[in-house]
Write a protein of this length. Structure first.
Length: 510
């Protein structure tokens, strides 16, 4: 099915011939996400013609070695499969530039190389720098791009930067990074990536809310009892991730960015228009309205932190969090977090948003569920048997992207018995094809100059304010709130169920 918005985006991007420079090109992100995304755009005919890709990193690789290394992973992960002929053409657009990230000379040579590419293309071209290195190099890279003049707009050709996460580790470090980014690139040329915003169903949230007139009148505390946002992952610390993760934890790794972005999309007011600032103005208001619990005791009462112990996931035995590779055996970092979040706005007064994220849960799934208040019991409460609870709108972000609505229905037969049933929409069957990967959309957006699905400076900082406040609450008392435990492969700690039960609610089973 053709999508006019995507066609417009593609045609805008196609008019912007550019070179994509990936800094940190030998890493996993480049191999597993960025290059397969660019390849898939090419496969769909959506990659602007003349695009060149230059990977820069410290390893002493040749162009050929880099291309081969990308090819072997693309074969494994590419969404549309791997076509030899297409890859043959694609790989010719890819080259490698070896340099230390702190080496001024390396950036000077990079600049020469980019000029050469521009000349081969018959004139100057646009440049998109993607900082995909380890976060410790972000400052150096930005500073050197600036010193080499690679940040400058030239004769009508733009220079933009995409900065990967984590964007800081707390508010002061995020502000510091923002200062460096903005000293080098203009805010309108800065794209702070949050790949959850590129997921089809996350994008569909705005369409669902604002293109369907039935939802807006009931999208508030009069009709909605509560909202749940769950991100479950079955994996643990594979691939050496423990080193990074043990310093970050579930709250910083996923709630600060992905889950608060989803929450903002659910809770925001209708924007005045669909411009990047129109949408981001409304999201940032939500982040500013998140309640900061007044005391450490209240922080503790509204949050649960936990680590997994040894257990079984998908039938296989796995170790506990503290036994994972590169994790401190006495670690006090959470691999699971559950929060009760209040959005203190008129629309959401009194409606809790329950947010949870955990590693080593039974499966990988992310969903948002909007739980509506029960219908008044006047008609059916006198009947024998239980009246099933209310309506639930479920937005499945992944996998099996789609939307379902739980409604109460009469069971066929002479007696008046009720059962919940589900109206279900699946992307794959309705649109007949798999959704593009988030990075495909986001790379295309950055080429087309559309920052709507990227976080603005103030959004990132507001999100950190909220997260830092929780972290401070956890560490404010001499005896910080207990680290709860759950067996790997289970749905999290009992404390998390208790957080819900204390208000008469339960987590939705995914
Ligand atoms: C990353 C986190 O940002 O998102 C990871 O650092 C997490 O810990 C990943 O696993 C999840 O992304 P996705 O798209 O697989 O849900």
């Amino acid at each position: 099915m053709s999508n006019p918005f995507r066609e417009e985006l593609v045609s805008q991007a196609r008019s912007e011939v550019c070179t994509v420079v990936i800094l940190g090109a030998t890493g996993d992100l480049t191999h597993r996400k960025l290059v397969p995304a660019l390849y898939n755009l090419a496969a769909e005919g959506e990659l602007p013609p003349g695009v060149k890709i230059v990977g820069m990193a410290r390893r002493d690789w040749s162009d050929e070695y880099f291309r081969d290394s990308l090819e072997s992973i693309n074969r494994e992960v590419s969404r549309s499969g791997h076509c030899e002929e297409l890859w043959g053409e694609f790989r010719e657009c890819v080259s490698y530039h070896c340099s230390e990230f702190q080496d001024a000379e390396g950036y000077r040579k990079l600049s020469e190389r980019l000029d050469e590419i521009d000349r081969e293309r018959g004139g100057a071209g646009n440049r998109l720098f993607y900082i995909a290195s380890a976060p410790g190099f972000f400052d150096d890279i930005l500073e050197h791009l600036g010193k080499a003049g690679l940040n400058a707009e030239r004769a009508g050709y733009w220079s933009r930067v995409i900065v990967e996460k984590p964007f800081g580790t707390d508010l002061p470090s995020a502000r510091h990074l923002n200062r460096i980014v903005n000293a080098t690139f203009q805010e309108r040329d800065t794209y702070r990536i949050d790949h959850y915003l590129g997921k089809e169903t996350a994008q569909n949230l705005m369409v669902l809310r604002f293109a369907n007139a039935i939802f807006e009148p009931i999208w508030n505390s009069r009709s909605i009892d509560s909202v749940q946002i769950t991100c479950a992952e079955h994996f643990g610390m594979e691939g050496g991730r423990g080193g990074y993760y043990d310093k970050a934890g579930a709250l910083r790794d996923m709630v600060q960015n992905h889950l608060l972005q989803l929450l903002s999309l659910v809770a925001m007011e209708p924007p005045t228009d669909l411009s990047a600032d129109g949408v981001r103005d409304e999201k940032v208001k939500v982040l500013r309205s998140l309640r900061q619990w007044e005391t450490p005791e209240l922080v503790a009462a509204n949050t649960v932190r936990a680590q997994y112990t040894a257990g079984h996931v998908n039938g296989k035995p796995v170790v506990g969090y503290r036994e994972e590779d590169r994790v401190d055996p006495e670690s006090m970092t959470e691999a699971y977090v559950a929060l009760r979040v209040m959005v203190d706005t008129w629309r959401w007064s009194g409606v809790p948003f329950y947010v949870r994220m955990g590693k080593r849960l039974p499966k990988k799934a992310t969903e948002i569920s909007v739980h509506f208040k029960d219908a008044p019991g006047v008609l059916f409460s006198a009947l024998p048997g239980r009246v099933p609870g209310g309506n639930v709108l479920v937005i499945r972000i992944q996998p099996d992207e789609g939307i379902s609505l739980r409604i109460i229905s009469k069971l066929p037969g002479a007696s008046l018995r009720m059962e919940p049933v589900k109206m279900d929409f699946h992307y794959a069957s309705s649109f007949g094809k798999s959704s593009p990967e988030a990075y495909e959309r986001l790379l295309l957006d950055a080429m087309a100059g559309d920052a709507t699905l990227f976080a603005r400076r103030d959004e990132v900082e507001e999100a950190w304010k909220f997260i830092d406040h929780l972290e401070r609450g956890w560490h404010a008392t001499e005896t910080p709130p207990k680290m709860a435990e759950y067996a790997a492969g289970s749905w999290g700690p009992v404390e998390s169920d208790a957080l819900m039960a204390s208000e008469g609610r339960t987590w939705r089973r995914l």
